[in-house]
Design a binder for this molecule. Structure first.
Ligand code: GAP
Length: 483
């Protein structure tokens, strides 16, 4: 029987960071030049894992009739960021240490180590700190060959604003009716004062954002004659008594929690946190954070904000272009209100790796106890779905058959073909990167035991149980398991 264990918290993060580098999930950016703080590169396996995460989110959103996608530019007109409030308010309070000259977030002094005495926190060291100053988190650049104030532009700090700015174009071309959503996946940039916890707080990261446009409550109220009809007007069948934006807000919190579960994060690893009125951003009526229990603490994966009409109204005022929607049912124009589920790809990838990491003591081929590291990814997110192995590499008939099996599976799933080393070691290598299945081609496949001819061994990563499957039935068998 396998005995699973999770190492202690600090030890666990060190092991995860080391595995990510050793097996090609995540590397420090520009590592050969000493790295650059807050930037990360995804290696061959990390890139596949990240791709799967994006694809699953994309499918969950765009397979609905009421959501359409957008792929907008990263650099937009600087007036976008003035209207959205980012130029004036997107900042962190920052202090400098007069002794060591390091810069810290004022609200994180008690949790950031002092660079001179790393055993102490910055709040405990003797260095006197300056008064807090606002530090804008947007990265600046200039557009065109001349570096002047007028040519300043910003790398977007969130993907959301492009959705608001393109609201009218999308509405007119997609012929959607409220309630409906616009979703986008893309890079965002924030010049974080203290990037940390591996990829958790980075300076370049990716967001998956949905802006879901709904009728304002006063319109719903006008359309509906009774409380019972308010539920219908909000287009939800759930027999809840609250209505309008609250209903949609709760709906999206539940949808998103279910989605996280569907890709392998157990419900008990997640927490729902309702921000207090003091914590709410100036545009939000309510915000629910979905938190994950990372080894370094329970932290935000996604924020689901009820943003009212703040953004569309701000862009209407600043651009002079109407952001109104004509509601044919109610025969009135209004600026829709917005529910915004906003998730980070990188944080989710990190959560999936943390959740998957397990150390186990298992019997080896000789029955002796052996340590194995296994990433128990949900098959949907696993970067490689199946490993294909000829039992021995020096037997051409086994190698040829194994390559045939690889080619049979490759159109359906990501396959890793490996013929080097003892079969037990090959299994362990795939366990460590989270490959759910291993397929071995042996002498029985070639007909040594006549009734097993043209069958292969399929090994399950988690239970290590092995069964024989006919090659002709293998793609269907694995596809069904991978779902
Ligand atoms: N449009 C709303 C918005 O951007 P946010 O809470 O600032 O809201 C949404 O960001 C998500 O983006 C976060 O829940 C997180 O997953 C991700 N995110 C934000 N800042 C990040 C950073 N510095 N590094 C990695 N991910 C980040």
């Amino acid at each position: 029987m396998a005995q699973a264990r999770k190492p202690q918290e600090n030890e666990l993060m060190e092991k995860i960071v080391s595995l990510c580098k050793r097996r090609g999930f995540i590397f420090q950016s520009s590592e050969i030049y000493g790295g650059i703080n807050g930037f990360w590169d995804y290696g061959p396996l990390g890139a596949r894992l990240k791709w799967n995460v994006r694809e699953l989110w994309w499918q969950a959103m765009t397979s609905r009739d009421d959501i359409v996608p957008l792929d907008a530019s990263i650099i937009m007109h600087p007036k976008v960021w003035q209207a959205s409030g980012h130029v004036d308010t997107f900042s962190d309070p920052m202090v400098d240490c007069k002794l060591c000259k390091a810069r810290f977030r004022a609200d994180q002094l008690h949790e950031t180590p002092c660079p001179r005495h790393p055993s102490k926190m910055a709040s405990e060291c003797e260095g006197e700190k300056t008064e807090p100053r606002a530090f804008n988190l947007m990265f600046k650049t200039t557009v065109g060959p001349i570096e002047t104030e007028e040519n300043i532009a910003y790398l977007r700090p969130e993907t959301a604003q492009a959705i608001f700015v393109q609201f009218k174009n999308i509405l007119e071309t997609s012929r959607q009716k409220a309630p409906f959503g616009i979703c986008q996946i893309g890079k965002a940039f924030r010049n974080e004062v203290t990037p940390r916890n591996f990829t958790f707080r980075s300076r370049e990261f990716e967001q998956m954002e949905l802006e879901f446009f709904i009728r304002p409550d006063e319109v719903v109220e006008r359309i509906a004659g009774s409380v019972a009809r308010l539920d219908e007007a909000a287009d939800l069948s759930a027999p809840q008594k609250n209505w309008g934006w609250q209903l949609w807000h709760k709906y999206w919190v539940e949808e998103r929690l279910c989605w996280y579960e569907s890709i392998g994060l157990p419900r008990d690893s997640l927490e729902e946190y309702w921000q207090t009125p003091e914590e709410l951003a100036h545009y939000a009526r309510a915000t629910v954070d979905i938190l994950y229990k990372f080894p370094f603490g329970t932290q935000e994966l996604e924020g689901i904000a009820a943003r009212g009409d703040f953004d569309l109204k701000a862009h209407q005022e600043a651009s002079g272009k109407s952001m109104e929607y004509f509601d044919e049912e109610a025969r009135i124009r209004y600026i829709p209100h917005v529910i915004e589920p906003s998730a980070g790809v990188d944080r989710l990838v990190l959560a999936l790796i943390c959740n998957a990491y397990t150390e186990e003591t298992v019997p080896n081929e000789k029955g002796q106890p052996e340590q194995r590291v296994v990433l128990r990814f949900h098959p949907r997110v696993a970067p490689i779905k199946v490993g294909v192995f000829p039992l021995l590499r020096n037997r051409p008939e086994l190698v040829q058959k194994a390559r045939e099996v690889r080619d049979l599976l490759r159109p359906h799933m990501t396959v890793f073909y490996d013929e080097s080393g003892a079969i037990g070691r090959r299994y362990r290598r795939q366990d460590e990167i989270g490959t759910p299945f291993g397929v071995t081609i042996d002498f029985d496949t070639l007909g040594e035991t006549p009734e097993l001819k043209d069958t292969v061994t399929v090994r399950d990563r988690d239970t290590m149980a092995q069964i024989r499957v006919k090659i002709s039935e293998l793609p269907a068998y694995l596809l069904q398991k991978l779902r």
